[in-house]
Design a protein around this ligand. Structure first.
Ligand code: NI
Length: 423
């Protein structure tokens, strides 16, 4: 199938950038040893949250000499690098997250974490190394490049809203003009190495927390009739919340509500004054998200009132739904198929209910997030240690795949010249 023609963006030498096919993968493979070395250096020294000084240093050193305009963050140790092509054109933003997790590594790798209690267990080390590689590849093609590429290196993806902070500090306008599109990859050890998977519409969920405190009246456990026991009330709320989700939403409107914490008395013969429950709610559409937030509060209040108790229910919003733009998703699918081979690329049938703060970028700019399969050698994808596991590992060969994919998507968007999908 020949891709639908796209408007060209006035490049001085359009033919020079039409090699965004398999040749781009070869070029990425030549850059891979350096990128793998960077990934291992990052893996050895994981850092947490919004302040990643050693990580930032490694990225700045790796970008040195590429002729990019570099900015660092004020409130967080971000790096924003802009590549300006030889001709005018649109602006695309490519993003990597850089932070690690509070996990004690158990991989036995020779380059395992040297920072006690911290690990790159979500593959952000690989994302950072791939984006540096893509910057190197694209910088080498600057003379034939119309438009600009903004490379967004982001701290604080793991719950710290790093992307939102970078947006507040102007990353979307870093090139002088607002980004027209945005793209990011996330490695996934439970997909075959080198496989690219994404879908139009919701790609990942909104993730919000809730907490309910039930207030009754405590007393001796031998005389519950003299108390208002908050424990069975809390239990009824747990069950009512589950029923509420299954009876409120249509079968094809995915949502998950999990109560993960229950706490009440600390003694076996004491009925406490209060009981507490808390958990997470995951949704794939904003209206559903709002409905469930309201319903959590209503169910908690209603069930407590039925028993003469009261309840305080609070919902703390986390990351929004990660929504892929359908047109841009189509561009990624076609471009990746032309670069990596059609067999490597597929549309995901459903979105996982994990969350990503790249959602903030995709709420502001059309674009997409895609999963890059990274199952380590010698293990079946469904048995590979998952993201956030202390034994999480990747196939480092996919770093070249990621570099090629990011560069190809940027070239395709900027030049409007997508490689033809192989038959
Ligand atoms: Ni992650």
């Amino acid at each position: 199938m020949t891709p639908a023609p796209r408007a060209a963006h006035g490049t001085p030498d359009a033919t020079a950038v039409t090699t965004a096919g398999p040749a781009l993968l070869d070029e990425a493979r030549r850059l891979a040893p350096e990128a793998v070395a960077l990934r291992r250096a990052l893996h050895r020294g994981p850092e947490l949250g919004l302040d990643l000084p050693a990580t930032q240093r490694l990225v700045l050193d790796a970008l040195d000499g590429l002729g990019l305009e570099i900015r660092t963050g004020r409130a967080l140790s971000s790096v924003t690098a802009t590549l300006t092509g030889a001709a005018d054109g649109p602006v695309i933003l490519l993003r990597a997250d850089m932070d690690a997790l509070p996990v004690t590594e158990d991989t036995g790798l020779p380059f395992a974490s040297r920072n006690p209690g911290l690990m790159h267990a979500c593959g952000h080390d690989a994302h950072t190394a791939m984006l540096v590689g893509a910057a190197r590849l694209l910088a080498g093609r600057r003379d034939a490049l119309p438009g600009r590429v903004v490379f967004m290196f982001q701290p604080g993806e793991e719950g710290e809203h790093g992307a939102r902070h970078m947006i507040e500090e102007g990353v979307l306008e870093a090139s002088g003009e607002r980004a027209d599109a945005a793209f990011a990859l996330h490695v996934q050890p439970r997909l075959p190495a080198g496989a690219l998977r994404l879908r139009p519409g919701p790609q990942m969920a909104a993730s919000d927390r809730f907490r309910v405190v039930v207030r009754g009246r405590g007393g001796h456990a031998s005389a519950p009739h003299t108390t208002i026991d908050p424990v069975p009330v809390a239990c009824e709320i747990v069950l009512a919340l589950q029923t509420m989700v299954s009876r409120t939403l249509a079968a094809d409107d995915s949502a998950v509500l999990s109560v993960t914490r229950l706490a009440a008395s600390t003694a076996h013969a004491v009925i406490p004054d209060t009981a507490e429950l808390a958990g997470t709610v995951r949704t794939l559409a904003e209206p559903t998200r709002q409905r469930l937030h309201e319903a959590i509060v209503r169910v908690a209040h209603g069930v407590a009132a039925a028993h003469g108790a009261t309840a305080e229910a609070t919902v703390t919003t986390g990351y929004p739904v990660t929504v892929n733009d359908p047109g841009f998703t189509d561009l990624v699918l076609r471009t990746a198929a032309g670069t990596l081979g059609a067999e490597a690329v597929d549309v995901m049938p459903a979105a996982p209910l994990t969350a990503e703060d790249f959602s903030y970028v995709l709420r502001a700019v059309p674009g997409a997030l895609a999963f890059l399969g990274a199952c380590p050698p010698g293990v079946a994808p469904h048995e590979a240690p998952s993201l956030h596991s202390a034994r999480m590992d990747i196939d480092e060969d996919v770093i070249a795949t990621g570099i090629a994919c990011e560069a190809a998507v940027a070239l395709a968007f900027l030049t409007g010249d997508e490689p033809e999908r192989p038959r």
